[in-house]
Design a protein around this ligand. Structure first.
Ligand code: BGP
Length: 483
């Protein structure tokens, strides 16, 4: 059976400034937390110490050069256009606009760079989807204020978002306030610029930081809508569907408790208030969130226009997790599900999980959804092809096809979905391990983990495959010769 995706469906790809721009200290850019985390910013398991943080940027940090999008954006955007992208997700590096984060005036050179990028996208009719904060808090805010643990960050963020909303109000319509906003619970330095080592960070301080981000997100939604009422402003959460290991009721309870830690974020963004279930958790963990005057009203009155999320994998949960093998995953891990295969990095592959997540979010909020990350990190081997070097990445094609077929199922289930952007349409630096060899792209970038390489771009087999998917609005997914 074939299916055609809805008219106007936004097909594209997603990136983040710190993982691909490079030029970390060019044209007045300040340092971000990423510039001092050469090994990646994710503690291996909950409770682990912070990842390696250096005093100054070190040469082994691949993010400093990234894939040099800063200088090659025209070439890269032309390739995205050739694939037929309707949308391109990128983030603005906060430290390009406010190098320290707490200045009063923005850095004009930083603003000018994104003008050029948005203009280039417009040339091809590609809609930008902009993440305002994607794991790249200015380092000064982390060191001087302890990141989002401090309420001061709300006003710095407000100044930053007001600046970029005003500057780009006629160039950008779709905005995301914080990348994977729920990840701050698991990677507080990378996600929230919180410099306190994980092992010393109290739950009180962590959830207070969450509150500051949630208030800042609502404030951004308010300010954005004032600047341009046509803006569509969404939250972005890391989605992780969860299965009980058995039908034991206590396993199902473990699932619910895990889910609630994630729903907390989308619930507040969509419903405008703290859910009742978290009150018990707060009480049992001696957490008392300090609300400033006006916080409750801001949250209530400025809920999001849509819900966006990343989806790579699912996990399993049990009331007796010590009896099972656990695996690593996208920032948060869980029990290994015996029914699923995993990528080389241990992320369990579960296309049906995507259909479940879509139905779940839509059922819960009745708001439009946007899948803003999905993809397979894999080691690619460059081979000689008919028209130059290429990669025979059938594994990536299979992963994406299976997931997109489930997206088609969810659309037929009645879910309202604005679009789909694959993670890393061009190879870029991994966030969890800071490697380049964990590749997601349709476009291969000649750069290796030791920093060598020409930075040349080559089309992989998946390039033409995705182009075809977009050109047929999904119909080619069902072609039998591709199966
Ligand atoms: C998400 C992040 C991205 C991205 C992706 C893949 O959590 O939002 O920035 O990198 O995961 O993860 P990784 O790069 O670790 O493979």
């Amino acid at each position: 059976m074939t299916y055609t995706f809805p008219k106007g469906f936004l097909w594209g790809g997603a990136t983040a400034a710190n993982q691909f721009e490079g030029a970390y200290n060019v044209d007045g850019k300040g340092l971000s937390v990423q510039d001092v985390t050469p090994r990646g910013g994710v503690p291996a398991t909950p409770g682990d110490k912070n990842p390696l943080i250096t005093d100054q940027p070190t040469e082994d940090n691949l993010k400093l050069v990234g894939i040099d999008f800063y200088n090659r954006y025209k070439e890269d955007i032309a390739l995205f256009a050739e694939m037929g992208f309707k949308v391109f997700r990128l983030s603005i590096a906060w430290s390009r606009i406010f190098p320290n984060g707490d200045e009063l005036e923005p850095n004009e050179a930083g603003l000018a760079f994104y003008d050029k990028v948005f203009d280039e996208l417009a040339k091809y009719g590609i809609e930008p989807l902009v993440t305002l904060s994607h794991y790249e808090t200015p380092l000064h805010l982390a060191r001087q204020y302890n990141g989002w643990a401090s309420r001061d960050l709300i006003s710095f963020y407000e100044r930053y978002v007001r600046t970029v909303f005003t500057r780009y109000k006629d160039k950008v319509k779709y905005w995301l306030t914080f990348n994977e906003v729920n990840s701050v619970l698991h990677a507080p330095f990378m996600s929230g610029g919180i410099a306190t080592p994980v092992e010393e960070l109290s739950k009180q301080d962590l959830y207070q930081a969450v509150h500051h981000e949630l208030v800042a997100s609502a404030l951004a939604t308010k300010v954005g809508h004032e600047i341009n009422p046509d803006f569509k402003i969404g939250c972005m959460v890391l989605a992780m569907p969860t299965y009980g290991m058995t039908s034991h009721p206590l396993d199902q309870l473990a699932v619910r408790e895990f889910n609630n830690q994630n729903y907390l974020f989308s619930d507040i963004h969509a419903r405008g208030k703290y859910p009742n279930y978290i009150k018990r958790y707060f009480k049992e963990n001696n957490i008392a969130i300090q609300f400033a005057e006006g916080d409750a009203e801001l949250l209530a009155e400025h809920t999001v226009d849509f819900i966006s999320f990343s989806y790579y994998m699912s996990v399993a949960m049990a009331h007796n997790p010590e009896d099972y093998a656990t695996g690593r995953g996208n920032i948060m891990g869980g029990i290994t599900n015996p029914y699923l295969d995993a990528s080389e990095w241990g992320w369990q592959i579960d296309p049906v999980g995507l259909r479940l997540v879509l139905n779940d979010f839509y059922d819960r909020y009745q708001l439009p959804l946007f899948i803003v990350e999905n993809g397979l990190g894999a080691r690619d081997v460059l081979v000689d092809g008919a028209s130059g070097p290429t990669v025979e990445d059938d594994y990536r094609i299979n992963y994406l096809r299976e997931h997109l077929i489930q997206v088609g199922e969810a659309l037929q289930d009645g879910v309202e979905l604005l679009g789909y952007t694959t993670w890393g349409p061009i190879d870029l630096v991994s966030v969890s391990t800071a490697e380049l060899s964990k590749r997601y792209g349709f476009i291969y970038v000649d750069r290796n983990d030791d920093g060598t390489g020409t930075l040349n771009r080559y089309k992989k087999k998946s390039f033409d495959w995705y182009k075809d998917v977009i050109a047929t609005n999904g119909e080619s997914l069902y072609k039998s010769d591709d199966n």
